[in-house]
Design a protein around this ligand. Structure first.
Ligand SMILES: Nc1nc2c(c(=O)[nH]1)N[C@H]1C(S)=C(S)[C@@H](COP(=O)(O)OP(=O)(O)OC[C@H]3O[C@@H](n4cnc5c(N)ncnc54)[C@H](O)[C@@H]3O)O[C@H]1N2
Ligand code: MOO
Length: 407
């Protein structure tokens, strides 16, 4: 009798291609600048005026006209004191200067500033000391940074503090951002207990719920439904049914080959179209991904904590990068600082840390994908390609940083 045909596992690159092809925006919404950190801007923002908007004093000192200096004048009458935010009263008379503060607008009759440290002021007069004077020295000229209407922040930018401060500078207090998906987060397993409940020797605590909440939170996504589901087909069916119309379901556990691993079967019974189940990676191999009947997507991740972290990083993050119109998930190349072996034919992802001294990454040893310390101290995942038995010390490897781990 013929041996039943076993589907070959797809590569993680192929799985990522499938996910990218399905990615879509969840729509746009307007938010106040105060709520924009961590969100993705959907509109390009231009300068509302020239920057600096006026000729700005870059130093506390004395503003005068270089013409007077060229005529050999070194002693000036202090005609007026100008503070930041304050307008001047009169144009400079010949032989006069302004005492001016950093950030103040330099009047048109002055075109150079000598620093306070390079001047001697006494009784309304000042002696200015400099080897040479060039027009506009110590003055930031109107429009020299940015011209009015010039785009300063392109669309599809992730808002960090530098972005929100630039938006604030141009008066953009309301902005259009990508909407976040409506998402359900489910963990599964009869042995998995709430973290504040007593645990017997053969039970474990629900650490993955916190792992996944934390990973989602980096994208500012809060699940609208968050539940733990026991390992029965009935419980799974009833709970999953409530989430079929959401944009996304993220779940973990119950996806491999055990007698109680009902997740893929129940999802398909509820009308989910399987996109892939099992990818040629370690850890994370049993990951499942499917299309919800309502148009959303479901990711069912393996239950082992490190498998869950790896599958989230490779597949769910890829999905978010594309849905939010960001560039590809970054992949860096670094020398590996310690030789690393592997005995199987799958692509392996290992926790790794960027070194602070010698440039490179150091693998972090853990005792397999069930080790609860798996992601501790890691900045991201090193990639050990399927066809290489050994990654020799100092060879360049691919490194996928965890979202926001490098800043
Ligand atoms: N016959 C086979 N058995 C297994 C295979 C296989 O290919 N054939 N794959 C193995 C691999 S690889 C993985 S990974 C696991 C994944 O299994 P499941 O996704 O079905 O997950 P569970 O069996 O439910 O749990 C695995 C492990 O993780 C613990 N767990 C589950 N949920 C949580 C949680 N919320 N917080 C913390 N820890 C959790 C669970 O107690 C188990 O120890 O399957 C292998 N088996
Ligand atoms: O691949 Mo499983 O994801 O090793 O434990």
């Amino acid at each position: 009798m013929a041996v039943p045909f076993k589907n070959p596992m797809i590569t993680y690159q192929k799985a990522q291609d499938i996910i990218r092809a399905l990615a879509k925006s969840f729509g746009h919404e307007e938010v106040a600048l105060d709520d924009a950190l961590g969100r993705v801007l959907t509109e390009a923002v231009g300068a509302d005026r020239d920057y600096p908007p006026f000729n700005r004093a870059a130093m506390d000192g004395y503003a005068f006209h270089s013409r007077d200096w060229e005529k050999g004048l070194r002693d000036f009458i202090v005609q007026e004191v100008i503070y930041a935010g304050q307008s001047f009263t009169d144009n400079l008379k010949p032989g006069a200067c302004y005492k001016i503060m950093t950030g103040a607008a330099v009047p048109p009759s002055a075109n150079a500033i000598i620093r306070r440290e390079d001047a001697q002021e006494e009784q309304g007069r000042v002696r200015l000391i400099a080897d040479a004077v060039k027009p506009y020295m110590n003055i930031a000229r109107k429009g020299e940074d940015i011209r009015k209407s010039e785009v300063i922040i392109p669309a599809q930018t992730l808002c960090n503090a530098s972005v929100t401060s630039s938006l604030a500078a141009v008066g953009k207090h309301k902005l259009l951002v990508e909407k976040l998906p409506k998402l359900a987060l489910f963990t599964t397993g009869d042995e998995v207990m709430p973290i504040d409940a007593p645990v017997s020797e053969i039970q474990i605590r629900n650490s993955n719920q916190h792992l996944l909440k934390g990973l989602l939170n980096k994208w500012h996504i809060k699940p609208s439904l968050c539940k733990h589901i026991p390992d029965t087909k009935n419980d799974l069916t009833e709970t999953l049914r409530q989430a079929m119309n959401l944009d996304m379901i993220v779940m973990c556990g119950g996806v491999s080959a055990g007698d109680a691993d009902y997740v893929p079967q129940v999802l398909e019974e509820l009308g989910v179209e399987k996109l892939f189940h099992k990818v040629a990676i370690k850890p994370g191999k049993p990951v499942f991904c499917g299309k919800l009947p309502g148009g959303g997507i479901v990711f069912a991740l393996p239950g082992n904590p490190f498998s869950c972290l790896v599958a989230f990083t490779l597949f769910i993050e890829t999905y978010f990068y594309y849905c939010f119109g960001l560039q590809n998930q970054p992949v860096y190349h670094f020398p590996i600082l310690k030789t690393r072996g592997k005995k199987h034919k799958l692509t392996e992802f290992f926790a790794a840390r960027i070194n602070q001294g010698t440039p490179g990454v150091t693998p972090i040893s853990v005792n397999g994908s069930g080790d609860i310390r798996a992601g501790l101290a890691a900045h991201g995942l090193g990639v050990h390609p399927h066809d290489q038995e050994e990654l020799e010390q100092n060879t360049n490897i691919q490194f996928i940083p965890f979202m926001n781990s490098l800043i």
